[in-house]
Design a protein. Sequence first.
Length: 361
Amino acid sequence: MFNKHLWLKEWRGVRWIVVVLMLLFLYAQTGGLYSDAETWQTRYDYYQSDGFQKEQQAAGDAKMSPNDVKTTLTFRYLTTGFPGDVFSTQYTMSQPYFTLSILVVILGLAMVGWERYTRKDHFALAAPFKRSSMIGTKLLLGFLAITVAYGVSLWLGLMRLFQVIPSEFIDLDMQKVYLGLLGNLGAFLLLFVVTIFVGTVMGELLSMVIALLIIMIMPRYVYVVWWTFMQLLHPDIGSEKFSNWTSYTNVFLVFGNSEFEYGPFIWQMILLILFGVGSVFFYKRYSIENNGKVLAFSYLRIPSAILVSFGGAVLITNFWMGGGSVDGPALTGLFIISIGSFIGCLIICYMVLYRNAWVRR
């Protein structure tokens, strides 16, 4: 795993993606936090200006007290979605930050899926290296690239932010800060590992991309359907109790752990480990003869058909609920649509996986 030739081989294959990833992290995180620092400084200068003092004199009883001004300038949250009367950063809401998630997926695709699509894996798998070392190098290289780019860009941005904002205006809960920032890194790493995992069990690039899209959007839809079912089955229980599980379904999202709790973070780490171990397991058993197949392993047909059918049923149920009555869906109708769509998707999967010549056996 620590052979320099193996590392050079992997690095040459993805070096330009890593460079772009680093630059985009610098632009999104460092640049975004610099912009947040300028926003705070502009707000502070406004409160110190003569124009604000004149507005206060004209406001009479409605003028802001010194405590109100300090509250507005106090830095308490490192993410958005909190009351607007305090200062919070906005850097994660930029378009480049969303693009980072896509670029991390592209990095994983380049390491496994694209290598297989261009048939470069014919040479790679014939090289004098253990397969466990090869997949381990891919995972470690991706982890290092993402972690270094994330850490350096975040450190540079936070240094600037804390230089601009005086300590008396900083009131951060450091436990929540650490959980939020580590959770963001975990989201990027999880996206990368899931991409590697999907690349090890699927031999066709297009189906791999489709599977990744479904996996990334599915947790949120599953939560919506589950939440609707629970409300219909237990109408006497408050919706707040069900909403506590939102963070568990947002493991692929930046600041998805909106409550900054340990449970969703631990769940994210468990998924990271499971997909990492699964990637090593299946990569060691992969054969280049399976290139071009939708599924590289025939024994994954049944579990894949069940998972795809479940995902299809969830999506169809969501669309049905979105176009339903104002009063919301009825329990009986929800059951019929869910079960019917699951069976329908299962039949389609059977026809594709067992009857379609496109899937080589």
